[in-house]
Design a protein. Sequence first.
Length: 386
Amino acid sequence: MPLTAPLPKRRFTFDRNELAGAFGDLGTDLPLLIGIIAASGVDSAGVLVMFGLMQVFSGLWYGLPMPVQPLKAFAALVIAQKLPGNVIFGGGLAIGVAMLVLSVLGLIDLLARLVPKPVVRGIQFGLALQLTSLALKEYVPADGLNGYLLAAAAFGITVVLLGNRRWPAALLVVALGVSYALIFKLQLATATAAVGLHLPGWHVPARADILTGALLLALPQIPLSLGNSILATRQALTDYFPERDIRVRQISFTYALMNLVNPFFGGVPVCHGSGGLVGHYAFGARSGTSVLLYGGLFLTLGLFFSQGFAQVVQIFPLPILGVLLLFEALTLATLIRDLTTSRIDLTVALLVGLLCWGLPYGYLVGLGVGTILYYAMQRGWVGLGK
């Protein structure tokens, strides 16, 4: 079964499928953004507006469903340690500089040549396992019995309509979630209090904050970024859009640019990600339009609803986000199917995926162990592939 699809004739195609695809990564991004805002106390207007602008930047640059995501390891550390905004902005600038150095010196190309495809597939598989666990353990059960019923309805709609270009599944699933929120959760006072125009502020990270952010946040994030944000994203682009020869250096360069700008306007560090790309694609997106629409959503939230963002967004039912996340994970996991003809490749990919999923700093461990094991098996030094 081919992994690729015909390349759209235009970089931007405006139709219902692009709108549906715009919701493909919502289940990943919203909880991370809410968690960062709540834990650190950063201004939600800056976070949301800059996140939306980075989506627009990515959509215009690539003309493909190449969305932007919050840095996952970065976000997890901020939430767990309740780090303040100045450290977040310093760490974001530090990782932007690091990625720029890797891009300009060509070190990212060297890494791409060194890491074999089965290891990249394993990283994607490990991310799929993490997303599945998040969807089924935290999101789907969030509203009790009603949540399970809502998730079951959303799951049924998605199974029937996934891939349907006339009736995109994500649009109906999101409409179901909005209807549920309006009927059972919306309070007029909460919605009214959230409305008002707010603009991002200006921040200049201090040297001490850059150093602290580099040690506490950037260093733990870099292995995940190299594996998922750069190498796995490039592989997903090759799978779905083979006629667009997008190199890892270009991906790491736009990654760097975003994080060299974001900290000065109160934005959280961001990256590209294979999960986001696959999520948009799975729900119908084939051009950059889905990312522009997605960015427009966050720009609207940031400019006009940022003061009550956490409260308003929590009205939307988590079980719906869980179903969207589950199918994003399923699409990621099935990318491993092109390795099934080689026992060595499949063994390495499965092992890397389990390491990424199950260990602290699993992406760093999986990247290193998987690469060493692959070359050892190719040379017959170990017998797992025999």
